[in-house]
Design a protein around this ligand. Structure first.
Ligand code: ADP
Ligand code: MG
Length: 231
């Protein structure tokens, strides 16, 4: 760039401004890539590959609005409920990516993975340090909250994380359980409906009903093959 500027007789301040711009852009891109890596998404999937026509139950406008991420700034929560293969993980990843690009700290984990991490920390007597790390996250995405993810003690640990974030930090949870049955995951003497209420307070809930996208796609592929065979 120095040689180019000299050859073109570019004034030094203009050259310096151009150089700075290139450096700033490169740093920003590196930072975004690092944030996406640190978030630990299972697959990097964005909204541009999500077919809204395949699942009319999902409100497209609402999803696009949530992708802008104002709710993360407001410390609100978000839940995606639906059967297997209905796009919950996909629609949990996309807003996470958007927040990474916007400079926010995000982490994607499964409920079982997070519980395992908390249990390990508890065994090693450093449970108090985990919330500090989680607290730094602007958005915590907890995928696959379900009946079989963990035992009672694990549920208590997980719930403590959820309660800690309440109205201070955002949470995005996906589950194949209908919302009314969440209480059964967090059953426990001290886990009352009132505590669950704190999680659902200020919460956007999407019910992703419908058949599995994966299943439908494989049926389509199979039908395609059958047609070829018939020919
Ligand atoms: P879930 O987490 O609900 O089990 P996923 O989000 O993992 O479902 O979706 C299963 C697969 O199908 C993924 O590869 C996902 O990208 C894809 N998928 C699901 N729904 C859609 C959709 N409406 N448009 C495009 N791809 C979809
Ligand atoms: Mg999933």
């Amino acid at each position: 760039m120095a040689r180019e500027a000299a050859a073109a007789g570019e004034p030094y301040d203009a050259y310096l401004a151009r150089l700075t711009e290139v450096e700033v852009t490169a740093r920003a891109a590196t930072a975004v890539a690092a944030r996406i890596r640190a978030a630990g998404f299972p697959v990097v999937k964005d909204l541009d590959t999500f077919d809204f026509t395949a699942c009319p139950a999902v409100p497209k406008q609402k999803v696009l609005e949530l992708a802008r991420g104002e709710w993360v700034g407001q410390h609100a929560n978000c839940c995606r409920i639906g059967g297997s293969g209905t796009g919950k993980t996909h629609l949990a990843t996309a807003p996470g990516l958007a927040r990474c690009r916007a400079g926010k700290r995000v982490r994607f984990t499964t409920a079982a993975g997070l519980v395992a991490q908390l249990e390990k920390a508890q065994q090693e007597h450093r449970l108090d340090r985990v919330p500090t790390a989680l607290d730094r996250l602007d958005l915590l995405i907890v995928d696959e909250l379900g009946y079989l993810s963990f035992r009672r003690a694990g549920a208590e640990l997980l719930f403590r994380v959820f309660a800690d974030r309440s109205e201070r930090r955002s949470l995005l949870v996906t589950s194949d359980l209908p919302f009314g049955e969440w209480g059964t995951v967090f059953q426990g003497e001290r886990m009352t409906a009132a505590r669950l209420d704190r999680l659902t307070h200020q919460c956007q809930i999407f019910e992703m009903n419908g058949e599995s996208y994966r299943f439908r796609e494989s049926m389509k592929a199979k039908a395609g093959k059958d047609v070829k065979k018939a020919k």
